[in-house]
Ligand binder design. Structure first.
Ligand SMILES: [Zn+2]
Length: 390
């Protein structure tokens, strides 16, 4: 064997430590026996690795009470509340949410700021302020190990360049680089698309846990998506995959900000919903959307017809996704989840008509378990990837 291919013992140890950490992060409290079984390592190796993590202040161990008659109980390994944490941030059009998230996905503290059409400089300043504010509320021994930020736009995965975030009105903003400079060069800062991160979170901790093939579609003002293929996130060559909102449904349809016409977003986005309901564009906003949904729920026209029209387009879109990806589930989020809730039979009828029979029988239509926090939790998962890569 050539010398360069020999794996050194310290590399194996580092790899095994990362595996133990990932198990505890994914599954929460685990016994040493469970770690031994799931990682296929022997008991003494697991004991050594856990001992290392205890000394580093990452996990705690305790002996469960009450199990004496069953012999010596296996030690329970759990993340320490004052151990390492990440800063997760969700940048939206009207608000910035920041949270300190520990191993196991536990949100320790969070902070929300209302903003109006935030520019990049203001967002960088706000995140730096939130990082200090959250750190002050964490125990002194807790260390920040990474930063993950969700942005509603097209993101260059390698360096966090925001190519285009239409609803924030950002174009070619070197957001990752700016944030890295502001927060300190040593810190691992990762930027992700909000829908990709929502998919990641719902797959790791939400409605699609333990599934291998999942599509996530989220729609409010814009429509985005994320795809999990065989258990892994699908990013594409540049990180731009999953733009479900820009699948073209009708070449003669309304103009889209992406330069095309008749994109899914122009039929499923909140602007389309309000247009169908006859609401003037200058009345656009969360209150108007909530009003249309409430009226539709009571069957009041024209809101009920508007929701029915959007539901039909949603069914067509889901049929395309089912034919292309043959997923075990499609998780439908945000305002589109409300459309599905109000008009599920109509959505399902359209899926029945348009998707190929073999594939459509495989797919469950679900709504997110994590509610509005899908992208925030996804941002924390992105940040933790840095810790597990070491
Ligand atoms: Zn488009």
């Amino acid at each position: 064997m050539p010398r360069s291919t020999v794996v050194r013992p310290e590399e194996i140890r580092r790899h095994n430590l990362s595996q133990v950490l990932q198990q505890i992060h994914r599954r929460g409290e685990l016994t040493r026996a469970e770690l031994t079984t799931s990682l296929g390592l022997n008991r003494s190796t697991i004991g050594d690795l856990v001992g290392d993590l205890v000394r580093q202040g990452v996990v705690d161990e305790h002996v469960p009470g009450g199990g004496e008659k069953a012999g010596r109980p296996s030690h329970v390994v759990a993340p320490r509340p004052d151990g390492p944490y990440v800063l997760a941030v969700e940048v939206e059009v009207e608000r910035i949410v920041s949270a300190a998230v520990g191993l196991g996905g536990r949100v320790h503290v969070r902070h929300e700021t209302v903003v109006a059409e935030p520019g990049p400089a203001a967002v960088v300043t706000q995140i730096a302020r939130d990082a200090r504010r959250l750190a002050a509320r964490m125990p002194a021994s807790a260390t920040l190990v990474g930063v993950g930020v969700s942005v509603p736009g097209t993101i260059q995965r390698a360096d966090g360049l925001v190519v285009h975030a239409p609803n924030l009105r950002w174009r070619n903003v070197p957001f990752g680089a700016r944030l890295r400079t502001r927060l300190g060069a040593d810190l691992d800062v990762r930027i992700g698309n909000n829908a990709n991160l929502g998919a990641l979170a719902e797959h790791q901790r939400g409605a699609a846990r333990a599934m291998r093939d999942v599509v996530y579609i989220v729609g409010s003002v814009g429509v985005g998506g994320g795809v999990i293929v065989d258990g892994a996130e699908m990013y594409g060559a540049g990180g731009y995959a999953g733009e479900i909102g820009h699948i073209m449904l009708n070449p003669d349809g309304p103009e889209c900000h992406c330069g095309s016409n008749g994109c899914v977003e122009t039929y499923l986005g909140e602007h389309a919903l309000l247009r169908e309901a006859g609401v003037a564009d200058d009345a656009f906003g969360p209150a108007a959307v909530a009003g249309v949904l409430a009226d539709a729920e009571r069957g009041v026209p024209p809101a009920a017809d508007a929701v029915a029209t959007v539901a039909t387009s949603l069914g067509r879109t889901l049929a395309i996704l089912i034919n292309v990806f043959n997923p075990e589930a499609i998780v439908v989020g945000d305002t589109l989840a409300e459309i599905l809730r109000i008009e599920r039979p109509r959505v399902e009828r359209e899926v029945e008509r348009r998707a190929m029979a073999a594939a459509r029988g495989c797919t469950a239509l679900l709504t997110p378990d994590l509610g509005r926090d899908s992208s925030l939790i996804g941002a924390s998962e992105l940040a933790f990837q840095a810790l597990f890569a070491t």
